[in-house]
Every structure is written in C-alpha cells, then in structure tokens.
Design a binder for this molecule. Sequence first.
Ligand code: SF4
Ligand code: ZN
Length: 709
Amino acid sequence: MTLYERIFAGSDAVYGLTEGAVNDAIAKHGADKAISFPETAYCLPCYYAVTGQKIKTLGELKDGLATLKSLNSAETREANPLLSGVATALGAEFLEALKYIDGATPYAEPYYGHLADAIIRELGVPLVTGDIPGVAVIIGEAPTAEEGVALIKSYQAQGILVTLVGKIIEQAQSLNYNMGYGVRVVPLGPDITSVIHVVSVALRAALIFGNVTPGDAAGLMKYTAERVPAFVNAFKPIDDVTLSAGAGAIALGFPVISNETENITEVPKALLSQPDVSKFNQLSLETREIKIKITNIDIPVAYASAFEGEIIRRGDMKVEADGSRVDCFELVQMKSLDEVEDHKIEVIGNDFDAFEDGAKIEMAIIAEVAGKSMQSDFESVMERKFHSFINCIEGVMHTGQRDMIRIRVSQDAFKAGFRAKHFGEVIYAKLKSEYEAVVDKCQVKIITDPAKVTDLRKNLAIPTFDHRDERLGSMTDESVSEFYTCILCQAFSPSHVCIITPERLGLCGAVSWLDAKATNELDPNGPCQVVKKEHVIDEAVGRYEEVDEAVHKYSQGALEHVTLYSIMEDPMTSCGCFECICGIEPMSNGVVIVNREHTGITPIGMTFSELASMTGGGVQTPGFMGHGKHFIASKKFMKAEGGFERIVWLPKALKEQIADKLNAAAKEVYGIDNFTDMIADETIAEDAEALMNFLTEKNHPALKLSPLM
Ligand code: SF4
Ligand code: ZN
C-alpha cells in the first residue's frame, strides 16, 4: 500500500469505530443525551474549531459524522489527502467524548485524558517567554523503557512540555519515572485516540489566543503551523490508525518523527525516519525550528523550567527553610561597583551535611548586585524571580517571597551533591544572564548561621521591605509620567496590547509597572515600550492620546481606542492568559470576578471557562475584562463605573487571598468596614436569586449605583 492508502485505511477504520460507538450510545441513552468534555467552553473543541459547530447532544454527534464522511470523500482525498487525517482526529475526539458521558471520569492515575481550558490559559505566558519552548507528543512503545525515558528526560531538561500516549507511559512507570503536569510530563491515555487531548489544546489555543473564527479551518491550520511549536515522535511499529492520526498532525503543521524505516515514505519537514531514538530530540527541534535558551549553571543536579512544579514531600526532604516557623529571607541589594566581587559565593554557617535529615533551618540568600544602569527599583523585580530561579533546580522546591519563603532540598538532591553554595551558583547565573544589561557584577551570600540570619532579617531585610512598600504605595498612575506597553503575548494573540500602569498590572499577573520598566531598560526594542502620558482626553475613564497611539501602533492598526479604567467603554483587550475574568451581573448592577483555579459556576450562570471564552484573542468585549489578581483591590479597578464597590461575588479562596488589601482600600475610598463580608461567594450563592437576597440583606453598595447597561 502507498502511504496515502494506509492513511485512508486508518481513517476508514476510525470512522467505522466511531459510527458504531455513536449508534450504540444513542441506543443506550437516547439522542437527546448531553455530551461534553469537562471544564471547557468549547464542547468538543476540535470539532468546534474545525466546523464552527458546537456539539451538545448525542444526536448532534451523529449529525457530525457527516463532516467526517465528507473529509473522507473521494474528492477531498484527491484534493488534500491530509484532511483524511483530520477526520481521524475528529473521530478520535468523538470516541473520547463518549467516555465522559454522564459526568464519568474515565481516566485514573497516571492518565490525564482531557485537559481543562484553564491549563491552556496558564500555558500562555511560559510559551511566549520561551520558558516552554515547545510541545512534544510521544506515541507508542520505545525500543526499551530506558531509551523512552531518556527521550522524555531530554525534552524535560529543555523545558519542553511532554505529552505521552500509549505504551511509553507504562514503560516510564516501570522505571518509576516521576510524571505529572507539575513536572511537564503529561501521560494522556493508553489508547491512540487519547492523542486528541493534546490536539485539542493546540486548537483551543487558536480560539483562545488567536481569535481564529471557529469553522475557519484554513485559518486554524495556519495558526497552529505558525504559532504552536508542537511535534510528534512516534515509535514503530506504526499502524494505519496511528499513521492516519499522524497525517492529521501534519495537516496542523506538526512534523512526525519515527524510528520506523520500512513501510513509510519520508515527506520533507513533515514525516521523517530516524532509526536512532537518541537522535529524535535534535531532529525534532531542528525540523520544528525550536530554539532552546541555555544557561550553563555549575550544579550537580538538573536545571530546567520543567522542574518548577515539582513537589518535595516532607518525608523526602533533607532540610527545610520555612519562613513561617523560623527566620528566613531572600534579598537583592544594589551596591556600588567597588563593593561587589563578581561571582563570589560565600556560605556563612553550616552546610547541609551538618543537619539531621528533615531539619528545619534558618536560611538567608542575599544577592548583591552592581552595575552602571542598575536602579534600586529593580531590586524587587529581580528578587521576585528567585521563586522561579530556585524552583527550576531538580530536587528543590521554593514558595513565597521576602521573609515568608519556604525552601525544601530533597534527599536525592543532597545525595547528588547539592549544597548551600549551589543556591549561589544558580542565583548568580540567572541574574547575570536574565539581567545582563543592568547587572555588571553579582555576589551571593547564603547564610545558615541562625543568629546572623535573625539579626540581618531584623536590621537589614525588614527595613528594606518596609521602605519598598512605602515607595510602591506612593506610586500611583498620577505620580508617574509614563506607562508601558507589553506585547509579549502577541506571539499567540497578534493584536493584543497590555498597557501597564502602576495601579494596573498586566492581566497575566506577571508584569507590574516596575517589571515593565525594567524590561524596557534591559531591552529597549523589546516588548515593553514607553507610553508618555502628556495629553489626557478624559481622566475619569483613563483616556490618553498617547495610549490610543500606542495601542493603534502596536496592534498593527487593529485597535483605535483603549481606556484604562472602564470595562464598558473601549476596555482593554485580553489575550487569553488572564488570572481572573470579570463580567457584569445585570440584576445587581455589579460584577462577578472568577479566577482560573475556580471550576464551579458563578451567579451569571457561567464558569470561568465559559466567561473567559467571551473575551480574548486581542478583541474588545465591553462588559467583560480579563485582569490580574492584584488589580482587584486597585483604586483604578473599573473606576469609570464606580470602582471595586461594584464587586458582588468572588470565589471564597480568592476573596480570602485579597481580603486585607480589598478591605483596606474599601475603608479608604468608600469608608466601608469589612467590605468582603458584603461580597458573596460560592458557599453563599451560585445563582442570581440567592445572590440578590444576600446583597439586599447586606445592603451591598452596588445596589444603589447607576445601571451598568
Ligand atoms: Fe501578556 Fe499582557 Fe502579561 Fe505582557 S502583561 S505577558 S502582554 S498578559
Ligand atoms: Zn497573554
């Protein structure tokens, strides 16, 4: 058989299976039975993306079979044989969707199956910054478990998100390989059909970030080919169904690399044979044109962003520095050039060998930096990055910041030779490479001497933090003469522009005004450009001539006007990776806010995913706005419509997280005590009626404000 004949045979086989399964399901449940994947606003996302139609019932699923048929018709096969592979993918999605009928949870550990919309939104920033430089899809059984795991590990060490399908998962398990979303190795499922769950991520990315119109199949494939850096590694033997699914991947622009050398014909840049599995990594990266950022760090364990989410359990740790129990802190301090000896790393106090297993230790990490363009405002910007710098060390976990950090070093890392000075190596290497334009010299002190840590915390760290807070608190939109753009997300959302002000951080939550300022300093032609604010058009809604000019210019003409403080009038656009989404609640004249982590329903009758799907892709949607968590207690939060007084509902966990700041701001601006007590959450109301009852009882201020619409 020729390559195409095999693809068609695979697609026919999947079609037959799908048709049978759909008919069986209808016979069992009836045509009106609802069907969908969990935690997505896109029903069957691949089918929706390709056709523009949302399938919600088994009856509609049956109707959808006609689309698969037409993709497999003789004319289509003649015109574009790869579309037969798309039919295979859609058939796989139908089969997978059927597994979720009746709210079933078909995938148990270690399998993930379907991935929620929230995961895709969370992937936005790491993908654009190159922290996740690509997505690997590994299918089938490696020649040996060791070779399979070596391949996984090679990608993981480069920060690439690895998804696994089929036997490779059992092989990794047989070697006790640690897998999970946290370490960026995601076992999707045992059957080839589960590959659709990663395809679904790619296609939803096009809808969420790319503003691709559902049903615009050509636009969709262009988007994935140009902007989603995915590729497939498929182990031999490749059967017809896998080959056909591979054709679907190729249609989306994802090359397929295999160790199969017989029975397949190579297609340049699309289907490649490489008998040696240890060469898959390099060939895949070259073919997909993925570049890896390399920082050489002299430590005895691996260092990669894939380890950022790694969790170290109590029983597995050698030492723990826990700032909530004992004195600990981390600090960046600006010094003059003659006070710093470059690359000097000093350990003051005992090294980890001196402590019992599981010991709680005092620890401070102080980086002293000097440079001609260094500013004290950048200290906090760099210091906040310690979290990610340290977390990327294999076998080390970091949470928190300032003097509320917690750092755990695992037994394994310790046994591999990881010691206190290696924190210094990591901080040194990362500060020098990421901030090379401002850090000329850097020295690091790691202090474990308890008396010294206590003294320095009290007399150096705390006063520094207090001083910084005062400065940040006094920084308002009025007090500065410039704002900044951020267009990092244009890699995925070509027309999206964030305008960053002191009181309004980027909607991803990761870029504050100081961050933007530092980014501009480091890379004057980079994503953060200065927006002078000289000509106010309307102060109340935050309309500035220069802001309009900037969004016009950096959106390549897609946007004309953006206000900084209104959700109704020319609101800022959203790319898709926002931490929270806010939407108006018409009954109360207020707004509900829901964060990415919250999966339940809101009183508007929509979940985070559904609300989030109303905006994004760099378009303006009055009434909906993506934003960062820290923006909620800002005095500029929808200031044009009356401000954060309009907030009527928040998920409980988020409410608790921001309560102190929000209550303090409400007291200051509106004279309201304990404002968060007036805001409902999921334990109080999940529908509009219960919400109104609660708000009326609490006499919530939004009820008295003028209508939003
Ligand atoms: Fe993307 Fe805006 Fe965050 Fe920049 S500030 S990374 S454009 S969401
Ligand atoms: Zn974004």
